[in-house]
Design a protein around this ligand. Sequence first.
Ligand SMILES: C[S@@+](CC[C@H](N)C(=O)[O-])C[C@H]1O[C@@H](n2cnc3c(N)ncnc32)[C@H](O)[C@@H]1O
Length: 203
Amino acid sequence: MSEIEKKVYAQKLTPKMLKKSKLLTNRHQILEHLPKNGVGIEIGVLGGDWSCHLLQITVPSELILADTFNSNDYAHKNRFVKKTHEFYIKTKFETHGDKVKVMKGLSWDTLATFPDHYFDWMYIDAAHDYECVKKDLKEAIRVLKPDGYIIMNDYIMYDHFTKEEYGVVQATNEFMVEHNFEMLFFALHPEMFCDVVIKKIQE
Ligand SMILES: C[S@@+](CC[C@H](N)C(=O)[O-])C[C@H]1O[C@@H](n2cnc3c(N)ncnc32)[C@H](O)[C@@H]1O
C-alpha cells in the first residue's frame, strides 16, 4: 500500500464508529473506564512509569509487561542503560509477585504466545512505524476478548521532536475498519501524542 493509499484509508472511519466517542483531557482518565480486576498487557513499557498507573487504577488480576528491553531511558531520567533495562523493570515490580509478568521479546512474538481471547485490555505503545503497529494489531485481534479494549498510544502521524514518521493512525484506522471497531475515547496530550481507546462494536 502506498503512502497516499494509507492516508486515504485512514479517512474511512464511519460516523457509526465515532458515535460514542468522548474527548478526555489526558490518558489518565482512560484508566477509570477500563474494567477492574481484568487481565491486561502493556506493550512497550520503557521505565515502567505508566505501568504503575495501570496497576494502581485498573487493579488487574494479571499484568503483562512486554518489551524488547533494549532501550535507553528518557534522557532526563537515565535510570538504566540498555543491558540493565529488563533487570530494572523486574526489580521495580518484584513486590507484585506473579501478578506482574515481565516478558522480553518483540511485541508480536510475545503476543503470539498467548491463547485466544486472553486479554480484557491491551495498551499498545511499542514500535510506532506502520508495519510494526500492523503486526501488533494482527496478533491483538486474536488474543483480545470479544468485548476487550485496545488503547493505542501516540495516535499521531509524525513525531515532531524526533522527525520520525509514525504509522499509528493509519494502522489503527485500518484495523478499526477491517474488524468493525468503534472509538470510545480520544485522550489529549499536551504535545498531541494522544491515546485512543477502541473496542469491537457490540451488535
Ligand atoms: C514509548 S516507550 C513506552 C512508554 C510507556 N508505555 C509509557 O507510557 O511510559 C516504547 C517502548 O517500546 C519498546 N519497543 C519498541 N519496539 C518494540 C517491539 N517491536 N517489541 C517490544 N518492545 C518494543 C522500547 O524498548 C520502549 O521501551
